[in-house]
Design a protein around this ligand. Structure first.
Ligand code: SAH
Length: 416
């Protein structure tokens, strides 16, 4: 296992085995998971306040397998896609999604104790995070509020599921990402954005529940007060609908928010577009959702990719509220994002609105997830980390319309 994947307890064990006092484990952990933009991302040799012999002993037992930032692309809407190269030459992607219309309490950003404070509004979430508490937000003269910034991370290289509408599926399964590789996406993104994301969503490449070991470790690391100190309420794990995986996520203490990619209202259609449905059909999936532990005010997010003529009929709009009855939910409609290959189309804007209206009439809280970053293939289902694509250090989609691209940190290494 790589050094950055180790939990504080495991680090402590190794520090003890190296004959060093326990407090060294905290020092090392802070180096590896530090919050500061330049902290601890590149090398443990830089652990200046830790005895060199200890650093060496730790690295011998567990090497660093850092990600290299390969390319950063910026879309006209401010969304940035980060492409990383793993130590073994694989490509993965994360997406930074700013949302200036939503304000966040400042102390989320500082990893502070504000995690119980409601969001500024319970409106549509462009990124699909389920983080509103359904309560009015505190409005402290705008001073303690901060723009929302969501980071979408990958959990695997490629994906083993074979969803017909998803670009990542075309890659097939590469391998699981280690916990260290998952959290490092967050640290690089923090450095590149110049601030910590307010929300994390496991909606990038891969199926998080297939890599439960890596993902659950990453959650532990990201929530630890020595590190980035994220609240579980600010983290959403999205699954294709692996029932045992949902059960395992629900058993975590604390459990993250759950999002389920439902995408159909009949087994007949879901079997066709999501082969995983043959293993865990809709009824079994919704049972698991019903059993998922929800702390106060939380809801399960159901994602629903809209495919014209496939799952957007009036009959679908009638069935969906009935299927979800009894589950505290929020539905995110995702107009299909095209990529080269499958013969799907996105429904018309009017059809999408009508579908939403009908779901609302059926009593559902339903939002349309506006495509973000689709001009750079950063939108849902477009992540395919095409290594053959030309590497672009910072591609500005349309310079005239980009508000203020953040400066590229001088410490970042880029391939070319
Ligand atoms: N494997 C996980 C997380 C990755 S997919 C899961 O299935 O939930 C993240 C979301 O993007 C899912 O809800 C998926 O249904 C959606 N998605 C996949 N391909 C898409 C596309 N081409 N257009 C729009 N959404 C897509």
């Amino acid at each position: 296992m790589d050094l950055r994947s180790l939990t504080p307890a495991e680090l402590a064990e190794r520090v003890r085995a190296a004959g060093q006092p326990a407090y060294r484990a905290e020092q090392v952990f802070r180096w590896l998971h530090g919050r500061g933009p330049a902290d601890g991302v590149e090398s443990a040799e830089a652990m200046s306040n830790v005895p060199r012999a200890l650093g060496q002993a730790l690295l011998e037992g567990a090497p660093l397998r850092p990600l290299a930032v390969d390319a950063v692309q910026q879309a006209v809407d401010g969304t940035r896609k980060l492409r990383f190269q793993t130590h073994d030459g694989r490509a993965i992607e994360s997406v930074l999604i700013p949302d200036e219309n939503r304000r966040e309490p400042l102390d989320f950003r500082l990893g502070g104790r504000g995690a119980g404070i409601a969001d500024a509004d319970a409106d549509a979430d462009a990124d699909g995070t389920d983080d509103d508490d359904g309560k009015p937000a505190p409005r402290l003269m705008g001073r303690l509020l901060r723009d929302k910034l969501t980071l979408c991370v990958s959990s695997q290289v490629g994906c083993a599921l074979d969803c017909a509408f998803c670009a990542t599926a075309t890659l097939g399964f590469g391998r699981h990402l280690s916990a260290g590789e998952i959290v490092e996406q967050v640290y690089h993104a923090t450095r590149i954005a110049g601030r910590r994301p307010t929300n994390l969503v496991f909606m990038g490449m891969g199926e998080p529940t297939h890599n439960f070991e890596g993902v659950s470790r990453a959650l532990t690391l990201l929530q630890h007060p020595w590190g980035a100190a994220f609240s579980a309420r600010r983290i959403t794990v999205s699954t294709v609908g692996v029932v045992p995986g949902i059960e395992k996520l629900g058993a975590l203490m604390p459990a993250p928010n759950l999002a389920i990619s439902l995408n159909a209202t009949t087994d007949e259609v879901r079997d066709r577009i999501m082969p995983v449905n043959r293993r865990w059909p809709i009824a079994a999936l919704l049972d698991a959702a019903r059993r998922f532990p929800l702390s106060h005010g939380r809801r399960v997010t159901f994602e629903y990719v809209l495919l014209a003529g496939v799952n957007d009929s009036d009959a679908d709009a009638e069935r969906l509220p009935r299927l979800l009855r009894g589950i505290p939910t929020k539905v995110n409609l995702i107009p299909w994002n095209p990529f080269a290959g499958p013969a799907f189309t996105r429904p018309s804007a009017e059809r999408i609105r009508t579908f939403q209206e009908r779901l609302r009439a059926g009593g559902l809280a339903v939002y349309i997830r506006t495509p973000r970053g689709d001009d750079i293939d950063a939108a849902c289902g477009q992540l395919a980390a095409r290594v053959e694509a030309p590497l672009v250090e910072l591609q500005v989609g349309n310079a005239g319309r980009v508000p203020q691209p953040s400066p590229w940190p001088p410490t970042t290494s880029t391939a070319s």
